[in-house]
Design a protein around this ligand. Sequence first.
Ligand code: AMP
Ligand code: GLY
Length: 420
Amino acid sequence: MNILILGGGGREHSLAWAVKQNPKCDRLIVAPGNAGIAAIAECASFDICDGGMVVTFAEENAVDFVIIGPEAPLAAGVADRLRDAGILTFGPSEAAARLEASKAFTKEVCDAAGAPTAAWARFTMSEPAKDYIRDQGAPIVVKADGLAAGKGVIVAMDEETALAAVDDMFSGEFGMAGAEVVIEEFMAGEEASFFVLCDGLDALAIGTAQDHKRVGDGDTGPNTGGMGAYSPAPILTDALQAKVMEEIIRPTLRVMSERGTPFQGVLYAGLMIEDGKVRLVEYNVRFGDPECQVLMMRLGAQAFDLIHAAAEGRLAGCRVNWADDHALSVVMAAEGYPGDYAKGSEIRGLDGLPEDSAHMVFHAGTRSAEGRILANGGRVLNVTARGASLQEAQERAYAMVDGVDWPEGFCRRDIGWRAL
Ligand code: AMP
Ligand code: GLY
């Protein structure tokens, strides 16, 4: 089979790594890819959010199956264009991708599904939003409705911060994403992520993870796209996972299907757990990054069979073969991230690191130039390891981190602390 993966981060490197190990994969192309991906696949360069271009490329290259990594092409309807052209695709339609692209839409679906989530209200004008905040009191959460690159959520511990957030959003700070604002009850508890493959009708849980959003050790400093992750998340016991499937995931899929917009792809549920009670924080319609890297490490080549089955509507007969182990990924980022950072510094020492089913350095923002690996983004490497225990996975990952010679980079030294 000829397979095209859209995206060029650590998530897509780990997807390519798993797909490549599967004997069904003949030719693997990734667009745009990165230096790590280029070592295992062909890389191509075109606008992956332009459905017409993606279809043309796929047709010219006899692509049998397209796997879409990031949310932007999904929200732009690239999966629809591919399916219209008769090309098998993993990833939701533009209509179903609204589960990530609009927070108010997700809340409506949750209400229709009876899925437990924070109490909420939506506003298109500032004064009624502020009255609602004064009425509810702090802590309270203010969210731009649309996609805002992870920056559109303000968890306000006092009323003033919440009121200021409303002003910021309606003054256009988040562009069109902030034209509508959702205000939510603050939920206390521990967060964890739950990943489910969906084929429109059936759903298959493929793993749990926890990430570390803040840039600094001890969860300090500004938010990032994620500084590390591990799987499984011990707080999501089998019993809790079954409850999430029954109370949140299946009812959501039923409502999506009844609305005429069935969900096919991976549903990434961000959950809040408090005293054995689970509520939905948000949905994403793609794999998490770096959560995908730890899931792929644990699933290996079978990940491709499961993703393929989801795209073909064959999940009902599928099972996951779990290795009873743990995986942990440490993000190495360019000094300055998530603020300003420089590109182009050289990364040495990668050749000396182990590379096998228990050790992998997935590349995020890298490019190669004359045989050298150069940093080319904020999050640059995802140093990932498996172990019989989380502690062993952590030790292996940090042993690899210590073998990377990159003075312009940094990482957190405490990935996994919550579970250890
Ligand atoms: P989101 O972009 O919706 O994932 O929100 C980003 C982060 O904000 C989440 O991962 C939570 O840590 C936090 N958050 C979002 N909504 C709530 C809520 N209702 N209560 C508490 N924390 C929240
Ligand atoms: N690591 C968080 C995300 O991918 O949204």
